[in-house]
Design a protein around this ligand. Sequence first.
Ligand SMILES: [Mn+2]
Length: 339
Amino acid sequence: MKIWSLRYALAIALLPSLAFAQLVKKDSTTERNYFDENGTMRIAIATQSHRPGSGGKNALDGPEVMADGGIQDLLRSMNATVRTSSAELSEREQTEYGNWRKMGYANGRLADNVMQNEVDGYFTVGFLASCPSSLGMLGGLQQSLTSTDTSSVSILWLDAHADYNTPETTRSGSMGGMPLAIANGLALHQVRRDSKLEPPLPASHIVTAGLRDVDPMEQHLLDLARIQNISVDDIRGLTQNVYDQMDALSKVSDKIYVHIDLDILDASEMPFHNYPTENGPTSHELAALFKDIFQKYPKAAAIGFASIPANDPDDIGLKAVNRMVVGAVEGIKIREGKM
Ligand SMILES: [Mn+2]
């Protein structure tokens, strides 16, 4: 008798605080801040090593090289705790014979890790084997949101290429040229769903940046969808267009993923990428952009990089990646008053 009444009393006493906890939990944007009570930033490095094809002309070395290329010590020297995860296929998934299906599975595992990082209050830095891994980054951010009613993630896509081809418009047949179209729900729905991105992103949740090598049919699709672009000159000059586009993404979404194909860099910093492209921004200019974006836009929630070439003389590409990660982290520290 006595125990029962004690239980009731406890339950009644706890009810208001439980209800309050629920309310607080719903507001994910104010709850998230990536710092512990001592002001130490929590950063998670998430690697995903599976790619949809052979990797093109040059094998790209990518995720492990980026994760073990000095960035962890660099971040710790900036008063951060760093943890790592890698997206591992289950035994059943490993038996899958199809490379595209496997890509979706690997993205699903990446999505699990990114979601856990968000739940635990860790800022995710993705080191990715190729651009289709961006679907797993988006999937993880979407899964971390408390409501499944809307697609509240958006993407800033920095790349010399739009990667907005579909199986209809592609000339190469490479899935590496399709991830943004897949994220937008134009094609390969099963890959997107395996990446845990459902529903897809509306076109208004997508902004590209630094494009300078777009296929004509791909450009037609971009024009139809009215997808906005931040030019290389906008990046260099931090022009009003940067803020207009970031304002637009902030307005329609709860979490913004910043994705970088390293071939956005000028060929002088990425000489052995599969598709080196001239007239790109430098890593210094991009680091300044990321510092500014992550400082000014609290919804900017993760950053991911794909991928550095195995042939990287003097670690020039690796140093560029580290510089850009530091830029983003500095921006977050400023926005949270920790710098
Ligand atoms: Mn590219």
